[in-house]
Design a protein around this ligand. Structure first.
Ligand SMILES: Cc1cc2nc3c(=O)[nH]c(=O)nc-3n(C[C@H](O)[C@H](O)[C@H](O)COP(=O)(O)OP(=O)(O)OC[C@H]3O[C@@H](n4cnc5c(N)ncnc54)[C@H](O)[C@@H]3O)c2cc1C
Length: 329
């Protein structure tokens, strides 16, 4: 029986979710739903904030993998996870049975050979940023793509594996490496071009290393953020190799995409006019969407502006090269 003639608020604990609500629900004097008043807005906001503060990831077991085979086997269980720097993972809710640590597998190095860079998945973003070989090869573009990601302490923890495996739409890292001739080595899947990997769905494989093939090329990276260290509103990387331009646009807000080759407009050289025409083409080819950081129209505008600036910067490099009488490497 419902108790009559008494104003009652919806029980507060219902806002904390069904399990807590069930725990408290043994109300000796239940009130009919019609009589209950909704919880005031300010109170609901306060409760939501408390829930945000207490959202936690719980981990039952920790395993420092002794081999990739062991890590792969453990990772086949749905409730287990591989850990990189744990920066993204720790923002998620839920329960992990076993967290798999790859830090004992010598995967935190950058090896530079004559034909390629081999970057272990546990290499941190900071190590990428300060590597002299990568800095020279990308003409500063890699450093430019990383320097806006939160701060140095953060980049000292975030890993290459965690940054690429998530294939995050906002990723500066994915955008930059897509503009280069890059591949990922997966434990089960073998070596896959990064472009193909970026389109694949996340599975239970392990990203072992990133491979960047060396070619004589120029690269420029630009991004736009509403405020410093925020997620980017748009990212843009352009690389030029033997007169052919490869353009990648990310944070559209979807995953970064490589635009179809359309460098014919640049065939007669890079100048204000040809860069504008090229950027306009890229704008039409790039699908954009809206979110809290910007509308689709704003992103399309940014696509054109950043592409034009990046192509003009490439033009500067090419002119420098011509003035030096040939290739600079
Ligand atoms: C507040 C915040 C702001 C950020 N801002 C930016 C930004 O502006 N630009 C940008 O590009 N990025 C940004 N990031 C992303 C960040 O740079 C990292 O990419 C992200 O934190 C993941 O790296 P991690 O090493 O911490 O991975 P983790 O959080 O440890 O792992 C992420 C995911 O990848 C999986 N994983 C990790 N390593 C492997 C592996 N070797 N094989 C298979 N799976 C693996 C994990 O299981 C997990 O699912 C931001 C992240 C945060 C939390």
């Amino acid at each position: 029986m419902y108790k009559q003639n008494k104003i009652r608020y919806t029980p507060l604990w219902t806002a904390f979710g069904p399990s807590i609500s069930r725990f408290f629900s043994a109300d000796p004097e239940p009130v009919s739903p019609a009589e209950q008043k909704p919880i005031p807005l300010r109170l609901r906001r306060g409760i939501r904030m408390i829930r945000e503060v207490f959202k936690l990831l719980t981990i039952k077991d920790y395993c420092k993998a002794e081999s990739l085979a062991q890590a792969y086997e453990l990772n086949q269980k749905r409730s287990n996870r591989v850990m990189g720097g744990m920066l993204w993972l720790r923002t998620s809710r839920g329960a992990v049975s076993t967290i798999i640590d790859l830090s004992g597998l010598d995967l935190n190095r950058i090896r530079e050979g004559s034909g390629e860079f081999s970057i272990g998945c546990m290499t941190t973003l900071r190590e990428l940023e300060i590597h002299p070989g990568l800095h020279a090869y990308t003409e500063g573009a890699l450093r430019e793509s990383l320097k806006h990601i939160v701060g140095v302490q953060f980049r000292n923890l975030a890993t290459v594996g965690g940054s690429l495996f998530g294939r995050y739409g906002f990723s500066d890292v994915l955008t930059l490496f897509l503009a280069l001739d890059s591949y990922v080595e997966l434990y089960r899947g073998g070596v896959v071009p990064l472009e193909e990997f970026s389109r694949m769905k996340a599975d239970n494989d392990i990203l072992v290393r990133l491979i960047v093939k060396k070619h004589p090329c120029h690269t420029v990276y630009l991004s736009h953020r509403n405020t410093k260290t925020d997620f980017p509103t748009l990212t843009c990387a352009v690389s030029e190799q033997e007169g052919r331009c490869r353009t990648v646009i990310g944070a559209r807000p979807g995953r970064a995409i490589v635009l179809p080759e359309s460098s014919a407009v640049l065939a007669d050289g890079i100048n204000e006019e040809s860069a504008r025409a090229y950027a306009e083409k890229i704008r039409h080819l790039t699908p954009t969407g809206s979110n809290m950081r910007g509308s689709a129209a704003y992103r399309s505008h940014l696509t054109e502006v950043l592409t034009r600036r990046a192509v003009l910067a490439l033009g500067g490099n090419t002119l420098k090269e011509k003035a030096l009488g040939g290739k600079t490497r």
